[in-house]
Design a protein around this ligand. Structure first.
Ligand code: NAD
Ligand code: MG
Length: 392
């Protein structure tokens, strides 16, 4: 029986993964090693019981007692805290879903690679902050990383049987998020509630807001550069409001291979779960005649400064991804807390990048897990300090 674990089981990607596992036989077909979550203890316990997990882990120590109580009599082991997450990642498993949100997903995913099995990677922040480290660890242990981000799964599928030398470019589509058609002058006053609803995809709150600001697309461009080892200038972004074409691969003969499907993450998750084979998946089938029309347009650089920042990050290299992501996470926290406006997020991230690359030469730093985490902490501290200064 295949041994599986889900990190971030109670989130949007985690729930979709759980749904697929249950549909493909649940505990009769999979041996579940570890399921992890945050404060939604009730749901974590339900999932652990349904899949008969070996261990359930909450990221928060103050939730430990509740989890023990919720799993009483089940025989399922319980643990809490960041160190427990890493320990759980060291438990032997054949397929591990990395679906924690944010840089917090890096260390558990990194630990899981040491087993030399398969890491299904939804946590794009891992590649943005520490791409070379993660890929090096996978190589060193003979582990496989499969992309779960829909665009990267689409590219990955477009590359099956192809020679990377024949790839001219990669085109990532972007829905444009919640504010795609808003007049620019209204954006400064956009609220958290308005930014938290996505026109096409049903996702966690953080990635939904990141879609409205295109920080999500900025992360994805960097993720694509790292994962597919492709030069930044060969990666393009096009706004495609319908989210039907997920990405395209352009070859040196001028041919473009597009991946299409309804916006349902269970396609990309199911592809990674069943790779290298395909399995029937419960996603709606496309009716192209009913859709009628697909639209594409160039992203407006003034509306989406995050895309320009992603280019700068790739130019600097080294620790710039870690600083960028941490500043972005902090800016997002501050926006959600109502302390800065929607448009202030990009300004804050840019200030952190400029300051840290001037003072610390982000591009030259050697990449280690410690260094990445240190840069992450430093960027968060600086972002908060800049935020406080601005308010005075
Ligand atoms: P989510 O917020 O719905 O769920 C996040 C999960 O991580 C939850 O289980 C939560 O309890 C856990 N978590 C949160 N903070 C944690 C911490 N500090 N330590 C440990 N666990 C923590 O997020 P999501 O939308 O499912 O996204 C998960 C990851 O997948 C993100 O990296 C996101 O960018 C990526 N992704 C998501 C989608 C999507 O459709 N939701 C699509 C592509 C990529
Ligand atoms: Mg995506």
């Amino acid at each position: 029986m295949r041994r599986i674990s889900i990190f971030g089981a109670t989130g949007s990607i985690g729930e979709s993964t759980f749904d697929l596992l249950m549909r493909q036989g649940g505990p009769e077909a999979f041996h579940t090693v570890a399921l992890t979550g945050g404060r939604n203890i009730k749901r974590l316990a339900e999932m652990a019981r349904a899949l008969r997990a070996e261990i359930a882990v909450t990221a928060y120590e103050d939730c430990y007692a509740d989890l023990v109580e919720a799993l009483g009599g089940s025989g399922i082991a319980v643990a809490a805290g960041p160190a427990a997450l890493i320990e759980a990642a060291h438990r032997p498993a054949d397929w591990v879903m990395s679906a924690i949100v944010g840089a917090a997903g890096l260390a558990p995913g990194f630990a899981a690679l040491s087993q030399g099995r398969t890491l299904a990677l939804a946590n794009k922040e891992s590649l943005v902050t520490a791409g070379p480290l993660l890929l090096g660890e996978a190589r060193a242990h003979g582990a496989t990383i499969l992309p779960v981000d829909s665009e990267h799964s689409a590219i990955f599928q477009g590359l099956v049987g192809e020679d990377m030398a024949a790839v001219e470019r990669i085109i990532i589509t972007a829905s444009g998020g919640a504010f795609r058609d808003w007049p620019m002058e209204k954006l400064a006053a956009a609220t958290v509630a308005q930014a938290s609803s996505h026109p096409n995809w049903d996702m966690g709150q953080r990635i939904t807001i990141d879609s409205a600001s295109m920080f999500n697309k900025a992360l994805e461009v960097i993720e694509a550069k790292e994962f597919f080892a492709i030069a930044p200038e060969r990666i393009e972004v096009v706004v495609h409001p319908q989210s039907i074409v997920h990405a395209l691969v352009g070859f040196n003969d001028g041919g473009l291979m597009a991946h299409m499907g309804v916006p349902d993450m269970r396609h990309a998750i199911g592809y990674a779960l069943n790779w290298p084979t395909r399995h029937k998946l419960p996603v709606e089938r496309l009716d192209l005649a009913k859709i009628g029309q697909l639209d594409f347009r160039a992203p407006d650089p003034l509306r989406y400064p995050a895309l320009r920042l992603a280019r700068e990050v790739m130019e600097i290299g080294g620790m710039a991804g870690a600083a960028f992501n941490a500043a972005k996470e902090t800016a997002l926290d501050q926006f959600i807390a109502g302390r800065i406006g929607f448009l202030d997020m990009a300004g804050l991230v840019e200030d952190v990048l400029t300051d840290m690359s001037a003072r610390q030469g982000l591009g030259n730093a050697a990449m280690s897990l410690d260094n990445v985490l240190h840069t992450d902490t430093e960027a968060r501290r600086l972002a908060l300090a800049l935020c406080d200064q601005k308010r005075i």
